[in-house]
Design a protein around this ligand. Structure first.
Ligand SMILES: Cc1cc2nc3c(=O)[nH]c(=O)nc-3n(C[C@H](O)[C@H](O)[C@H](O)COP(=O)(O)O)c2cc1C
Length: 194
């Protein structure tokens, strides 16, 4: 049994992204993992101010829910980032959430090249939906995930489900017409099966 924390970075309440997360969670719970979902629509997290007051080990000066979520990140085995594609990248809500990792960093006297501090080491995964269905649809989102979350923060990537061609927000969610819900379910079920 693993602890899985799903951070939902927006989208419509019954939209493509929520459905993709539902499918992942169903699979993960069937595999007996303990899953908690946090919606950044319901729980608003502000971006970092860069004041540096938090360096190192002191609490963040922004008094919002991130301070309650920080212990959940530290306890989780896997952090799943879920987002609709907005202007070719992750939603601003996920970005603001990631910026606040600044206040959970610990001093690292001997960091690897390109990293300046130490973060809790977790597994991570990316779940995304988009309207377009182009070969470069998720290029910037995946680039951000790989560079910021995996290479910089140091999380171990467990995989991604990148659901393209799910219909625009002008119309009803169309993810049910694709194979991605099955893929997300299978991913949730098998994420720790190896
Ligand atoms: C503000 C905004 C920006 C969007 N930008 C893109 C985009 O750059 N590329 C794309 O393929 N879809 C874009 N979309 C469409 C959504 O990513 C797509 O419809 C997604 O599945 C919506 O998720 P939801 O159903 O969970 O709300 C955008 C939608 C909105 C509202």
């Amino acid at each position: 049994m693993k602890k899985i924390l799903v951070i939902e970075g927006g989208g419509r309440p019954r939209g493509n992204t929520a459905k993709l997360v539902d499918a992942f969670v169903r699979g993960a719970e069937e595999a007996k993992h303990q899953v908690e979902r946090i919606s950044l629509i319901k729980t608003e997290i502000k971006g970092c101010l860069g004041c540096n007051a938090c360096r190192y080990g002191k609490p963040c000066v922004i008094k919002d829910a991130f301070n309650d979520i920080a212990p959940k990140i530290k306890e989780a085995d896997l952090v799943v980032f879920a987002s609709p594609l907005y202007f070719w990248t992750i939603s601003s809500r996920i970005k603001a959430f990631i910026e606040r990792f600044y206040c959970i960093a610990e001093e690292d006297p001997n960091p690897p090249q390109g990293r300046y501090e130490r973060y809790p080491v977790k597994d991570s995964a990316l779940l995304m939906t988009a309207a377009d269905n182009l070969f470069w649809t998720f290029e910037q989102a995946v680039s951000y995930y790989r560079f910021a979350i995996v290479n910089y923060i140091g999380f171990n990537d467990k995989g991604m489900v990148l659901a393209k061609g799910c219909g625009s927000t002008n119309g009803i969610p169309e993810i049910d017409k694709t194979d991605y819900l099955r893929q997300a379910y299978e991913f949730g079920r098998s994420v720790y099966s190896d």
